[in-house]
Design a protein around this ligand. Structure first.
Ligand SMILES: [Zn+2]
Length: 245
């Protein structure tokens, strides 16, 4: 009896471990949305690669204007994701819509009403389409055109110059966010059956995620252009999803 009892406990422990192990495996399931963030699976992006990405520019004037914005985004993206983002001085022409730029290139440019609509900027993103490879459906890179009206018309976003400056920065960061794999996290929070503009889960201090449509982000001098505390879990999840298909 005593001998049998001494063997029973290890067997029970082994059985319990077997029960626990599949639960641990579930931690490696990809996740595509959370409170105030959403990954752009509609455009095929599921993850962010650990290999470096580089910012380039469409022309010298855009490079002069956007380098500080790109640098701020690169610094935060590197800190949050662990993937290295650098800002180059390279000038390159974006591809035709439907094509993709060089791998891990994020091309930034400024032009007047790139979509034809007043005040609208737009990003075109790509994903890595190599089924069976670890980088399948990770962010490939892409390009964005930022509407020049933000700079050419004074107080475009606000008559408060601090807020106006922050919102211009947020607009650039928002488009970069699309290229690294985030989409608008707007949801029907008030339950009226309609997903409305600006209807996004806010930060503790009442700011919309920078990825909210049509815009969001911090409006302070130091916070403008930063991914908010609602956006950063999405950036981290993009990295966590890498290699999970
Ligand atoms: Zn957007």
């Amino acid at each position: 009896m005593h001998v049998r009892a001494r063997h029973t406990l290890p067997v029970l422990l082994a059985a319990l471990l077997l029960l626990v192990m599949p639960g641990r495996a579930h931690a490696a399931t990809p996740v595509y949305s959370g409170t105030g963030w959403k990954i752009d699976t509609k455009n095929g992006i599921h993850s962010l690669s650990p290999k470096p990405y580089v910012f380039t520019f469409t022309d010298t004037a855009s490079r002069t204007r956007l380098t500080p914005y790109a640098q701020a985004a690169a610094t935060q993206l590197t800190a949050v994701t662990g993937t290295t983002f650098t800002v180059s001085t390279t000038i390159e022409t974006p591809p035709a819509v439907g094509s993709c730029p060089a791998e891990h290139h994020i091309i930034l440019g400024v032009k007047y009403r790139p979509t034809g609509t007043k005040g609208m900027s737009h990003a075109w993103n790509c994903f890595t389409n190599r089924p069976g490879q670890i980088d399948y459906r990770s962010a490939w890179g892409g390009w964005t055109w930022i509407d020049s009206e933000y700079w050419s018309t004074s107080s475009w976003f606000s008559t408060n110059s601090t807020v106006n400056t922050a919102r211009i920065k947020n607009a650039v960061t928002h488009e970069i966010g699309h290229i690294v794999g985030l989409t608008h996290p707007n949801r029907d929070l008030d339950g009226d059956g309609v997903v409305e503009s600006f209807e996004c889960a806010k930060t503790t201090y009442g700011y919309l995620p920078v990825m909210c449509s049509p815009r969001g982000g911090y409006t302070t001098a130091s916070g403008g252009g930063q991914f908010t505390s609602r956006d950063t879990p999405g950036l981290k999840q993009l990295v966590a999803n890498y290699g999970l298909g």
